[in-house]
Design a protein around this ligand. Structure first.
Ligand code: GDP
Length: 306
């Protein structure tokens, strides 16, 4: 997980360390080394403009600090990189807390989940439902993908496995109406959170975008969560951009980070849209879910004490 960025950062730190310990390095030399690091980041799925911002900040920090030879250069470079991530990334809202706050007022928290087919949306909904259930929060799932054959059954199977109720609908029915009715049901039965699974045809499909916009208009979600597959690299950024522009995204569920050797897509998705990663999928089991935090990511890439 995030292995490639971690490895490239180590290489940068080592290279600078070897150079600085033997002689003074010029600004031009530093610029060349950082240019190479920028390409390394791009190769690790960091979007071009994000890689450029990171290396520019790194340059400012390293030139400005005039590293003395006696210092541990590796530590300084790692710390600079960690600080840049700290300043650029966002910590997500505490969803469990927000759900509880709304629930105390007698209203269900409405979580609308979006994502292209295959990114791990259904599994992630189940992980999330299970995570909330374990905290004593009552969850109702809604299968509002009335388009794809098998979508309803897939969600029902997960719901049964984790012991959470699910409302299903007829294929071909209006997903916005299904979601609206489910909310009325959730209010009556005093569910604390309602998680709406939506259709996930191609993100370039205008009908899908129109459908999602309509659901959003009708149910007025408290949070619109976009599920993104870390393995899709640059396409992840494109999906994030399109969903955010067309429907609006409040945060991301980044899946398959356990299988992602590179690690740049998550960072890019968040930095390109200005929206936080909220949850991270770290495997195929229901318990493989992590609440994202900046420090969690920094620890994965830079290590502790940075
Ligand atoms: P959907 O079409 O977006 O609903 O995708 P699914 O939920 O059916 O997931 C597609 C595949 O991705 C399944 O085999 C899941 O087990 C797998 N998957 C989902 N999340 C993760 C994850 O965090 N890590 C790994 N390794 N696999 C995942």
């Amino acid at each position: 997980m995030f292995g490639k960025i971690k490895e490239k950062l180590s290489r940068l730190a080592e290279k600078l360390s070897t150079l600085i310990e033997t002689r003074e390095i010029s600004e031009k030399e530093l610029a060349d080394i950082l240019e190479e690091f920028k390409l390394d980041l791009i190769e690790s799925d960091v979007a071009y403009d994000v890689a450029e911002r990171i290396t520019e900040l790194l340059k400012q920090k390293l030139v400005g600090s005039r590293i003395p030879r006696t210092e541990n250069v590796q530590v300084i470079v790692r710390k600079a990189f960690a600080d840049i991530l700290r300043s650029m990334l966002m910590d997500p809202p505490n969803i469990s807390w927000e759900i509880r706050r709304k629930c105390e007022k007698g209203e269900p928290y409405i979580l609308m989940v979006m994502g292209v087919n295959g990114v791990g949306k259904t599994t992630s909904i189940a992980k999330l439902a299970s995570y909330l259930k374990e905290q004593g929060i009552s969850v109702l799932l809604v299968a509002a993908d009335t388009f794809r054959a098998g979508a309803q059954e897939q969600l029902v199977k997960h719901a049964e496995a984790i012991g959470v109720p699910v409302i299903r609908a007829k294929y071909g029915s209006d997903p916005a109406a299904v979601a609206f009715d489910a909310i009325q049901h959730a209010k009556k039965r005093k569910y604390c959170v309602i998680i709406i699974d939506t259709a996930g045809r191609m993100h370039t499909d205008q009908d899908l975008m129109a459908e999602l916009k309509k659901i959003s208009r009708v149910v007025k979600p408290d949070f619109k969560l976009l599920v993104i597959d870390a393995l899709t690299g640059n396409d992840a950024v494109e999906q994030a951009r399109v969903f955010n522009e067309q429907v609006g995204v409040d945060g991301f569920f980044l899946t398959k980070t356990d299988a992602d050797a590179k690690g740049g897509s998550g960072i890019s998705v968040s930095l390109t849209t200005g929206k936080p990663i909220v949850f991270v999928g770290t495997g195929q089991r229901y318990s493989d879910i992590v609440m994202f935090s900046k420090e969690w990511l920094i620890e994965k890439i830079v290590g502790s004490n940075a």
